[in-house]
Design a protein around this ligand. Structure first.
Ligand SMILES: CC1=C(CCC(=O)O)c2cc3nc(cc4[nH]c(cc5[nH]c(cc1n2)c(C)c5CCC(=O)O)c(CCC(=O)O)c4C)C(CCC(=O)O)=C3C
Ligand SMILES: [Fe+2]
Length: 400
């Protein structure tokens, strides 16, 4: 018998699913209104306890009403959920995919509760935010902890034996799948503009204080973006056969004017580029995974209007959405996280790894290492040094 068939025979008797110990996947997102009546209650959910001026809130409500009161984000999450189901099925992996949101229906608690009723006891969450900061990491983890508490289950530290435990896939900004899908999208945008152009990457601005607090588990929020931008721009340059000049700009700032947020704002940046003699730009929304409201309004409406007023030729590249390399990469990340969970469980004395199994290596591109799967104590608070008081799931110390 050939050695590899012997291995296959011995595996088939103990065959673990490549996603063991997980019995369900939660697509964990922001949420958005489905119609005009949802807009205000949604915004109240988003801004509870936040220092956002009334004028800003009124303006944001207008953005939603401009699109009939419905955010595109819910349809996009349904499409991503379906793409994940299809990719898992294609690989013969049996793992139900539920969808839960922090700020609108289907709410996190309801999604977890439904999964629990269907038999899920150990879940893995995939956050629809590729980068780590309070907004893309800890806020989701605090919300997860609160939902698990609401459900009355013993939440523990994220690993080991609990009535319902939920782990989280690492921040995946530098995963090859996410990066490849961005390279493809930006290359297509350059092909459609058909001329040399400045490449402007755009992401969500955050307060400087949040940026400073984002370094506990690894590189800061802005450094994560700079790493991805450099990798994408180099790969696009190779595809086009010429070097690509790029910058990183920010959108969607919302705090009071006295509070510093990451800059430059994309509109100010376009103005500066035009003054410098730049004639054409490709905007890459590399900070977002789908064409939700921040992209539809802040980029497609506002920034493209700014570009038109300045006489700049401008094209907005696609977000990764349900592109094949991205979806395949997300499933790879779930397998990677499952393998890590098996290794950690084995460390806790539970012999759940196959004999001789080694953890799936963490795939990355660019200069930064893989982001931590289990957040470090104090990870991604709103402000550095702040006494938290708010426990967060998926950390080695939920109370820090
Ligand atoms: C980094 C980041 C992402 C990117 C990561 C990711 O993609 O998840 C993101 C995504 C999103 N932000 C969204 C919407 C909003 N964000 C707000 C407010 C804020 N966002 C912040 C940061 C981020 N936000 C911050 C620091 C604030 C200030 C208050 C606070 O600390 O929370 C507000 C309040 C009004 C306003 O201030 O704009 C709204 C309505 C939607 C839904 C869009 C839709 O409906 O399609 C999505 C996906
Ligand atoms: Fe974190």
């Amino acid at each position: 018998m050939a050695p590899d068939s012997a291995v296959r025979t011995s595996l088939s008797s103990t065959d673990l699913s490549p996603v063991a110990p997980y019995d369900a996947l939660m697509l964990f997102s922001f949420g958005g209104p489905n119609g005009p009546d949802d807009v205000l209650p949604f915004l109240r959910n988003v801004t509870a306890g936040k220092n956002i001026p009334d004028e800003r809130l009124a303006a944001v409500a207008e953005h939603y009403h401009h699109f009939g009161g419905a955010s595109p984000i819910n349809g996009q999450n349904l499409a991503l959920q379906k793409a994940l189901v299809d990719e898992l099925a294609r690989r013969g992996i049996d793992l139900p995919v539920v969808w839960g949101n922090r700020n609108w229906e289907p709410y996190t608690t309801d999604a977890l509760s439904a999964a629990y009723a269907d038999g899920a006891r150990r879940m893995v969450a995939l956050v629809t935010s590729a980068y780590s900061s309070y907004s893309g990491c800890r806020q989701y983890r605090e919300n997860l902890w609160a939902s698990l508490e609401e459900l009355g289950v013993d939440v523990g530290a994220g690993e080991g034996e609990h009535p319902l435990a939920v782990d989280k896939v690492r921040s995946y900004f530098n995963h090859p799948g996410f990066v490849q899908a961005n390279v493809d999208a930006v290359t297509e945008a350059f092909e459609s503009i058909g001329r040399d152009a400045r490449l402007v990457f755009v992401t969500h601005s955050i307060p400087d204080t949040m940026e400073e607090a984002s370094t506990v588990s690894g590189a800061s929020y802005s450094a994560q973006h700079l790493d991805v931008a450099a990798t994408v721009a180099a790969a696009v340059g190779e595809r086009l056969g010429r070097p690509v000049t790029w910058d990183l700009a920010y959108c969607s700032r919302s705090g009071p004017p006295s509070q510093p947020w990451l800059e430059p704002d994309v509109n100010d940046h376009l103005t500066a580029l035009a003054a410098d003699g730049v004639e054409a730009v490709v905007l890459s929304p590399v900070g977002f995974i789908s064409d939700h409201m921040e992209v539809a309004f802040d980029l497609d409406t506002e920034a493209l209007e700014t570009a038109a007023e300045l006489g700049l030729v401008a094209v907005r590249a696609d977000t990764v959405g349900t592109r094949e390399p991205f979806v395949r990469g997300l499933v790879d990340l779930v397998l990677e996280r499952a393998s890590l969970a098996r290794a950690l469980d084995a460390g806790l004395g539970a012999p759940v790894m196959e004999p001789g199994e080694t953890p799936v290596p963490e795939a990355t591109v660019g200069d930064l290492p893989a982001f931590r799967s289990l957040c470090a104590p104090g990870c991604c608070r709103m402000r550095a040094g702040e006494a938290t008081g708010t426990p967060a799931a998926c950390s080695s110390d939920p109370w820090s």
